[in-house]
Design a protein around this ligand. Structure first.
Ligand SMILES: [Zn+2]
Length: 351
């Protein structure tokens, strides 16, 4: 057993998942390679290792021990694949040619369930059967791939952000190994550690947003001559403004899907992670502040508005549900504003 296996065991994580080329999800190998590249890009003093692990939860983990580790649970990868496949199938982003036009036929029965339940959390993604209806349409495959890439990068760069800022070692004063478990839903950790914990999550989200935007822009530039790039440029990602708007929309979609809305009854000061709409609002604030790719103030504002409305519209059509128009409004209260300020006061400690 090598060092990685013993670290996973020590932290009670599932065993690593062998990235077999014939894996039913279809894309495990290329994303395993990309995960390793992301690890390489944040390596500083310690070796950094990327792995998928066999767990079925929508979860990702960063560990700082004798080496740094990013572990993505298979359940997270399956859910991201299904989210991308459902988008490709449903006809959203109608500029991409496909077999179906988008049709919105919401039902109350579906609308009362959480998106992650509707997306079959825990059920392995099967590339062959789950793409059958649109597989013969190349533009829909391109859409699938760009959505999956953005979602995967955001999740993996979030964990990489914890490593980049040395959150684990700094939290423990460098004395002992440390783990971040990102269950994508908050758990209770108690005050005052919770504010620091939430500040670290906001920092990791902001890092992930920046890297995901920049990597997509660089990828499009490097691959400018490829047919797929030309299609994506023409139909979705024409310029810096469109790239930032698309990435932010996908990030909002990710937070919306990850939210179980089970945090309402719990005190904000005791949660390990900020509630999902709060994280969405914080990444939007980060975009307005940093204006990645040097976009204008107006472009950043329009990206935020289109991400908020667009992600909700996409999800409603994809899943056949009524939009949750209060998702972001629920956290627009003075209590949340005060909480936001507490976290922002803490952020310099962890950057
Ligand atoms: Zn985290």
């Amino acid at each position: 057993m090598d060092a990685l296996d013993s670290i996973l065991r020590r932290f009670g994580l599932p065993p690593r998942l062998d990235p077999r080329p014939d894996d039913a999800s279809g894309f495990l190998v290329p994303f395993h390679i990309e995960g390793r590249e992301i690890c390489r890009s944040v390596k500083k003093t310690h070796e950094c290792c990327f792995t998928f692990v066999e767990g079925v939860l929508m979860q990702a983990v960063a560990i700082q021990d004798e080496m740094d580790v990013i572990a993505i649970h298979a359940g997270m990868f399956w859910l991201l694949c299904r989210l991308a496949a459902t988008a490709a199938e449903s006809g959203v982003f109608p500029a991409f040619q496909g077999p179906f036009e988008a049709r919105w036929m919401p039902t109350a029965e579906l609308s009362v369930q959480t998106p992650r339940t509707l997306l079959g959390e825990g059920v392995p993604f099967d590339w062959k059967s789950e793409t059958a209806s649109w597989i013969t349409h190349p533009e829909r495959q391109m859409l699938f791939l760009v959505i999956l890439s953005v979602l995967f990068r955001f999740v993996t760069y979030h964990e990489a952000g914890h490593l980049w800022y040395d959150h684990g070692r700094r939290r423990s004063g460098g004395k002992r190994a440390s783990i971040f478990i990102d269950r994508t839903e908050p758990s209770e950790v108690g005050f005052p550690g919770a504010i620091a914990s939430q500040a670290r999550e906001i920092i990791a989200d902001s890092f992930a947003l920046e890297r995901t935007i920049k990597v997509l822009e660089r990828e499009l530039s490097l691959k400018a001559e490829l047919e797929m790039t030309k299609v994506l440029r023409a139909k979705l990602l024409a310029d810096e403004k469109a790239i930032t708007g698309f990435v932010l929309t996908m990030v909002f979609l990710y937070f919306r899907v990850s939210d179980r809305s089970n945090w309402h009854a719990v005190s904000l000061d005791t949660l390990s992670h900020p509630p999902a709409p709060f994280r969405a609002k914080a990444v939007a604030a980060a975009l307005l502040e940093h204006r990645h790719l040097s976009i204008s103030e107006e472009a950043a504002g329009s990206a935020v508005r289109s991400a908020a409305a667009g992600s909700e519209a996409i999800l409603s059509v994809m899943l056949g549900i009524y939009p949750n128009l209060r998702w972001l409004d629920d956290i627009s209260t003075s209590e949340f504003d005060k909480h936001f300020n507490k976290i922002y006061d803490e952020i310099p400690q962890w950057c």
